[in-house]
Design a binder for this molecule. Structure first.
Ligand code: SF4
Length: 418
């Protein structure tokens, strides 16, 4: 696309609450004050915004020929009418500037890498930890890769479990730091875990929010039975029970103590529409109010994903995103950023679909967080830097890359997006 030098007679001034993105063929303006948007795919308009030099951050120079161009004029009128911009004649003495929002948060990757040297600061980048306290042995076929899509049973050749006191020592600096907000414990076999008592003591005494994930009702019941006279209910704590369609046939929720029900969230693994209907019947039978569906990609249910998981343009444009959300989308992956996952053998990841960043038994926590901030992990991978999303005008509105993108092997889980 060729840009031309122009004689400026007018200035187009975009309002600071507008974020816009152009590519070779489109331009999208998003108003994060009233959440409205304007979309143009006219060649003249795209050329104008791609080529025009900015006189002051958000001010665009217009030549007479630009102003008289019917398409550009229509776009300008539209921007003015919707309170997204104003247009004035050039004044030789005083011309306005309009500042777009700028990003000055931890998401500045370069800044973070510099901060790595300051050990006390680096831990402020850690907000959430997920720990698989133990593993299962065996060769389960169903949902064998599910742990790469959502917290699920993790199979190993020989039984592994994490030394709980070692884990607490490893996390101590972050616990003291108060920037660590939450710990998720994935409990695969509670009865077998030899650090049960230390674990129960910790979750009964800690002030930090936690989430416990179980995979069968009996494991949850035996855990609840280990909580004599000690309560874990707190509005910030959650207990998840993950069930497949096969499990719900034999899962009698009436066996659960009512005290745990208030913090219980049921998650149903679904692979097709029949699984959704079966789960809904179960939800109605037990009058469950807290539940969610976990779509499982099994390699052959792509149509189900297209129908139920993929999003479209309307979904993206109907979101109400503020500038923090937008900068989060373009600077980092807000699903992964600030979070680490620790497996039962101590290995640490930012995402189980990416490479290891350390081990609890070999690497101090600041070094692990430093590794998490390297460009090779998932903390900063976002739609503005992967194909084919890089050039999409909707990428600043688009959901972060999830585990499904990694497992399915494509970054654009969207439909009807031009
Ligand atoms: S997934 Fe990629 S291509 Fe699809 S809307 Fe989002 S950014 Fe655009």
């Amino acid at each position: 696309m060729k840009c031309q030098l122009i004689n400026i007679t007018r200035l187009l001034i975009l309002e600071p609450y507008v974020y816009y993105k152009t590519n070779e063929t489109e331009v999208l303006f998003y108003n994060y004050y009233d959440y409205s948007y304007l979309y143009f795919d006219n060649e003249d308009v795209v050329r104008f915004f791609n080529c025009n030099q900015q006189h002051g951050l958000f001010v665009y120079g217009l030549s007479e020929s630009d102003y008289e161009n019917e398409n550009i004029r229509k776009c300008i009128d539209c921007l003015i009418k919707t309170n997204n911009a104003s247009c004035i004649l050039v004044n030789k003495k005083n011309n306005p500037v309009s500042f777009s929002a700028c990003c000055n948060v931890q998401s500045d990757h370069e800044k973070n890498l510099l901060d790595v040297k300051k050990q006390d600061k680096i831990l402020t980048n850690l907000f959430e930890v997920t720990v698989y306290i133990n593993s299962l042995t065996g060769d389960e076929k169903q949902f064998k890769d599910a742990y790469k899509q959502f917290p699920y049973l993790y199979y190993t050749h020989s039984y592994e479990e994490i030394d709980f006191m070692f884990l607490v020592n490893f996390l101590q600096a972050a616990l003291d730091n108060h920037t660590l907000k939450k710990i998720n414990f994935v409990i695969i076999d509670f009865d077998k875990y030899q650090y049960k008592e230390q674990f129960i003591d910790f979750i009964c005494d800690t002030e930090i929010a936690f989430e416990l994930t179980f995979f069968n009702l009996n494991a949850l019941i035996s855990f609840v039975d280990c909580l004599p006279n000690r309560k874990i209910e707190n509005k910030n704590n959650r207990v998840n029970l993950i069930l497949s369609t096969r499990d719900i046939k034999k899962c009698d929720l009436s066996l659960l103590k009512s005290s745990i029900i208030s913090s219980l969230v049921l998650s149903f693994i679904v692979e097709n529409e029949m699984d959704i209907s079966g789960s809904q019947a179960y939800i109605e039978r037990y009058k469950i109010s807290n539940f969610k569906f976990l779509p499982y990609f099994n390699g052959v249910n792509m149509q189900f994903f297209k129908d139920f998981v993929y999003y479209n343009k309307k979904d993206l444009l109907n979101q109400k995103l503020n500038i923090t959300d937008i900068y989060s989308n373009i600077k980092l992956n807000r699903l992964d950023y600030g979070k680490i996952i620790i497996l039962a053998n101590g290995d640490i990841y930012t995402n189980l679909n990416s490479k290891k960043i350390g081990n609890v038994f070999n690497d101090p926590l600041p070094n692990v967080i430093s590794n998490a901030m390297s460009s090779e992990t998932t903390w900063f991978v976002n739609k503005t830097e992967v194909q084919p999303c890089q050039d999409c005008v909707y990428n600043f509105l688009c959901s972060p890359i999830t585990n499904y993108e990694y497992v399915i092997g494509r970054n654009n889980l969207c439909r009807d997006v031009k």
